[in-house]
Design a protein around this ligand. Structure first.
Ligand code: ATP
Ligand code: MG
Length: 283
């Protein structure tokens, strides 16, 4: 049985549980417990604070875990990076009061910088030869300059709204992060096989995001032209219709460009166009 560490509550919890559910590792958050057995997959979910996930996986109290890459980088523990998961995107940036003039990294020399990510910042300053004072706080870092606790901050940014509302501007983007799957470096062959199975399921779920299944009828005379318009995993499926002057085409398309594609297909005679939602793509 594979033990999977997931954030108990917070920004990554919902999407982590949803990804697991989509991948057939079903757990219900309604009667949540610290440790939950999944149905239909030999796994149990352990719910933790995100700060504790890298260590739990590093010592093998959990076999794999879903956590922000920022936490993995900060803790610097020995875990295997198994997969990027494509959600929870953010960056950790240096920000200063907007009343200050930014002169480049030199600005930070001799300054006090408040952060919850002291190790990432220490390394960044060391790599850039900046001697600054790092002031570690766990609470609301963004208020530190106003509160007179620091000259600048090093904190997580996603939209930047929090910075603006605290009179700060982002001046250096230091680390880009998203949710990642990490694994204990000494997993048994059996557990590694289960982890691999999950990774391939996660990939299938991700492949289906932003994709639609398109079905349409097209006059046989316009078939070549239609095939040229349609991307496909190999090539579109063509099915003859009872009326030999027509055929049916089926393929997977990107949602992004869907309407333009539909207009182009209509222009060459396509009819009966169906757009179906798509759950997973198993390669
Ligand atoms: P916990 O109680 O588990 O310690 P937390 O308060 O430390 O939770 P959250 O705010 O829930 O953490 O964020 C979890 C992760 O979500 C972050 O470590 C980061 O990887 C990611 N994230 C994405 N966008 C943001 C954002 N705007 N602010 C904070 N974290 C974000
Ligand atoms: Mg935390």
């Amino acid at each position: 049985m594979l033990r999977i560490a997931v954030q108990a509550k917070g920004r990554l919890n919902e999407q982590s549980i949803e990804l697991l559910n989509e991948a057939g590792v079903a757990v219900s958050m309604e009667n949540r417990k610290f440790l939950m057995r999944a149905s239909d997959f030999p796994a149990e979910i352990i719910l933790l604070r995100d700060d504790d996930i890298p260590q739990t996986v590093a010592i093998g109290a959990a076999d794999i875990g879903i956590v922000g890459y920022n936490e993995v980088a900060e803790k610097g523990l020995e875990v295997n990076m198994l997969q990027k998961l494509g959600f929870g995107g953010c960056r950790i940036s240096l920000a200063i009061p907007k009343s200050q003039t930014y002169t480049g990294l030199e600005f930070f020399k001799g300054k006090r910088v408040a952060t919850s990510y002291p190790e990432i910042l220490r390394k960044f300053f060391a790599d850039n030869d900046i001697d600054a004072e790092i002031h570690t706080i766990t609470g609301s870092v963004e208020i530190a300059p106003t509160a007179g606790l620091a000259d600048a901050i090093f904190d997580i940014v996603s939209s930047g709204g929090t910075l603006v509302s605290n009179g700060l501007i982002e001046v250096e983007k230091v680390l880009f992060s998203e949710a990642v799957l990490i694994g204990n470096p000494a997993l048994s062959e059996e557990k590694m096989a289960l982890a691999r199975q999950l990774m391939s399921r996660f990939e299938s779920v991700r492949n289906g995001i932003g994709k639609k299944y398109l079905l349409l009828n097209i006059p046989a005379s316009a078939l070549d032209e239609a095939v040229k318009l349609l991307p496909a995993m190999r090539s579109p499926t063509v099915i003859p219709l009872a009326n030999s002057e027509w055929c049916s085409l089926q393929t997977v398309v990107d949602e992004k460009n869907l309407w333009n594609l539909i207009e182009s297909l209509k222009a060459i005679g396509a009819e009966g166009i169906l757009v179906l939602s798509l759950d997973k793509i198993v390669m």
